[in-house]
Design a protein around this ligand. Sequence first.
Ligand code: ATP
Length: 299
Amino acid sequence: MNPVLEAKGLGKRYGRRRALTDCDLSVPQGRVVGLVGPNGAGKSTLLQLACGLIQPTWGSIDVLGSRPGTSATQLAKVGFVAQDTPVYATLSVADHLRMGARLNPGWDEQFARRGISRSGLDLDQKAGRLSGGQRAQLALTIAAAKRPELLIFDEPAAALDPLARHGFLETLMESVADLGASAILSSHALSDVERVCDYLIVLADSRVQVAGEVTQLLQSHHRLAGERSRLATLPHGLEAVHAEHTNRASSVIVRSGGAPPPGPWKIEDIDLETLVLAYMTRAGLPAAHTAPMTEEATR
Ligand SMILES: Nc1ncnc2c1ncn2[C@@H]1O[C@H](COP(=O)(O)OP(=O)(O)OP(=O)(O)O)[C@@H](O)[C@H]1O
């Protein structure tokens, strides 16, 4: 089975600004992927490249086995909900469904009607009068009713209150399960990512910092806590992702092949938020702080 998204040496430049650099990814199908990273990391750029809305400056990207946006068949396989969940303000909810049916050969009217009634939307309501949460539900329903193999969301729940956000994510998961589709969503809300995603990509400073199955990432990352002098040099096979020190104590997030070896330190599991923050912080530090810990790095 083709990866849902495969990038090789992918890069994008806007004028002199690099938005994405040396991006290598191979995301398997059937995953709900959380794409996280600080403002300006390149998340929207990656998602727009995946939809074929923009073209790479360097390298290549394939989505479901072919170049994004290059044919009607390829376009029909991908549903995209952009950052501001755009809808047509003067058209009613029913008008949106009619337009969806006319524009998409694979349109599933029953699926669309089910989505609208599940979200409690009124077919006669003008989209311009919908709340942010209702607008997001409408945009999701339209993207999903074309029965794509991949749904892409750019910060879909960013403007929603916690209740609307909860409802939106529930609908998103139900839609993905109904369709048997894959999904990629960018988000700043790590709790949302933790709730719905089983695959993680951390982008920072225009580069992929880490990517993989969430369970595997959590199994291969730990916190070592102990005396600073004892943690100054790590055994072979442990990579320090991020370290914090007081005068005498150190706390180091490490990556390893499996469980870290026992030593003069306490070994703790970490959660998704700790993992993401460790990689985001590392990306923001000069090289001397990001290298595997050495005597020099901790001096
Ligand atoms: N059309 C554009 N023209 C020029 N620069 C752009 C354009 N789009 C994005 N950029 C720049 O590319 C970089 C990456 O932007 P991008 O929108 O992909 O980041 P992001 O991770 O989605 O950010 P946010 O979380 O704030 O939405 C930023 O420095 C941004 O200013």
